[in-house]
Design a protein around this ligand. Structure first.
Ligand code: HEM
Ligand code: HEM
Length: 395
């Protein structure tokens, strides 16, 4: 059996590529479909789901590289002759499916990979490469778009594979011809004539891709739509008005940091740097539903975690005192899920004229507030949660 192929037969390289890809793809699809449907209520379930997804993604990246090599190889080869050139429709259908398969072998893993790179946390790639991709920012919108494309295009791939396998089996068992045998290993099976290619099959493949993508858009598959709707907080009147600021939080999931932030919160602040003892007071109300935490936002808002449906807000009320040096302390109470605990937030403050810039950070143990009670294994989700606050306020 020769390495390269001829008009008469497939070569060993093409056959090896074909069956290696087939094996990988037929493993990846059930892994993705099963992993996507697994529950993640407990830490064991989440760890198992993440593990399946890690295998899915890792094999997917490998298939992407194999597919590129395979396509470059195919471009340098003569395509074996069509076995039944007189059956025009059947030949066109087979060619169309081959085009859909080739396009999908690149498009499906690439969209999955971009989705992965645009999302924070959950199920890392098990390869010694970066979890990020150049030119792909961490962005909810991009993640959602590519998750949608991955979903739609993987369905084209699944449909094409079913047709492809059905065709191969029909040739083998009904037509009893050499179609399957010439793709299998063993002695070369020669066929007379040359492969007749036309533009119809690749154009039809692209049209199918465009139509499926448009159907996905019509179905709203590419836009972010949070499952949880919460009311915005009312404005509060305050001696100091926050003009910009962020309450960020970082959790550690499966050993990797996942960064997020609350986008809706209010702060009522009084502060007089010339006073003695208590210098002021701060009361911050946070709309829990405004949390963005990468791919795990909905999990974090769920019953076992923040339980936003029952506890829509968290409150931090504290007195501001000097820390004895250049900084300050906000000493008070943090209330999450109706559980109150003492909390001291050290922060720095730079006041210029009527504008103040404040920065502080504190580590909270999530167990204090019954957050993620079922996740009692730190290697899945660390107990420590870092909270960082930065804001600018004017008097
Ligand atoms: C040829 C390779 C691949 C195939 C055939 C494939 C196929 C699939 C399938 C069938 C699903 C389940 C969709 C459903 O629930 O019905 C899925 C989901 C998923 N795949 Fe892939 N995939 C591939 C490569 C990748 C790669 C390389 C990555 C990331 C590096 C990836 C990331 C994901 C993710 C994150 C999901 C879940 C999407 C969601 O949350 O909606 N996939 N994939
Ligand atoms: C059990 C599963 C499979 C069987 C029985 C099978 C069988 C075959 C056969 C018999 C051919 C040769 C067709 C001909 O000579 O006209 C072929 C070609 C091809 N197969 Fe498969 N296949 C399988 C899975 C897959 C999968 C999963 C993929 C990719 C996702 C794939 C991609 C291709 C491509 C792209 C060609 C065209 C090769 C070329 O001529 O350039 N196959 N397959």
């Amino acid at each position: 059996m020769s390495g390269t192929q001829t008009a008469a037969t497939y070569g060993i390289v093409t056959k090896t590529f074909h069956w290696l890809t087939a094996l990988l793809i037929l493993t990846i699809i059930p892994l993705g479909a099963v992993a996507n449907r697994l529950p993640y209520e407990t830490s064991e379930q989440l760890a198992f789901k993440a593990q399946l997804f890690s295998f899915h993604k890792t094999l997917g990246v490998i298939v992407f590289v194999v597919a590129l090599a395979r396509i470059i190889w195919a471009l340098t080869q003569t395509k074996p002759a069509t076995l039944h050139p007189e059956r025009k429709v059947e030949t066109l259908l087979a060619d169309l499916v081959h085009w859909l398969l080739y396009i999908s072998l690149v498009a499906v893993p690439l969209t999955g990979w971009i989705h992965h790179a645009a999302t924070e946390g959950f199920a890392p790639l098990l390869l010694p490469i970066s979890q990020e991709l150049p030119f792909v920012p961490n962005d909810e919108g991009i993640a959602k778009l590519f998750a949608g494309l991955h979903w739609v295009w993987s369905k084209i791939l699944v449909g094409s594979i079913l047709l492809h396998i059905a065709g191969a089996l029909k040739h083998h068992f009904i037509d009893k011809d050499a179609t399957l045998r010439r793709m299998w290993f063993g002695p070369s099976i020669a066929t007379a004539g040359a492969h007749q290619s036309s533009l119809t099959a690749p154009i039809a493949a692209v049209v199918i891709y465009i139509a499926a993508t448009a159907a996905g858009a019509a179905g709203g598959l590419y836009t972010t739509k949070s499952d949880i709707v919460t009311a915005a907080l009312d404005e509060v009147s305050s001696e100091w008005t926050v003009t910009e600021g962020e309450i960020g939080l970082t959790v550690t999931q499966l050993g990797s940091p996942v960064e997020g932030a609350f986008n809706d919160w209010t702060a009522a602040i009084t502060f007089d740097e010339t006073a003695t003892g208590v210098l002021g007071r701060v009361e911050t109300t946070i709309a829990i539903g405004s949390l963005q935490l990468g791919s795990v936002t909905n999990n974090a808002l769920g019953t076992d975690f923040f339980n936003v449906g029952t506890f829509p807000t968290a409150v931090f009320a504290a007195d501001i005192v000097s820390d004895g040096a250049d900084g300050y302390l906000a000493e008070g109470t943090l209330t999450i899920k109706d559980i109150s605990a003492d909390l001291t937030l050290p922060f720095t403050l730079v006041i210029e004229g009527e504008t103040a810039q404040m920065e502080g950070a504190v580590v909270i143990d999530r167990r204090t507030f019954n957050i993620g009670q079922s996740m009692n294994d730190e290697s899945n989700l660390a107990f420590a949660v870092n909270v960082a606050i930065a804001l600018t306020a004017t008097r």
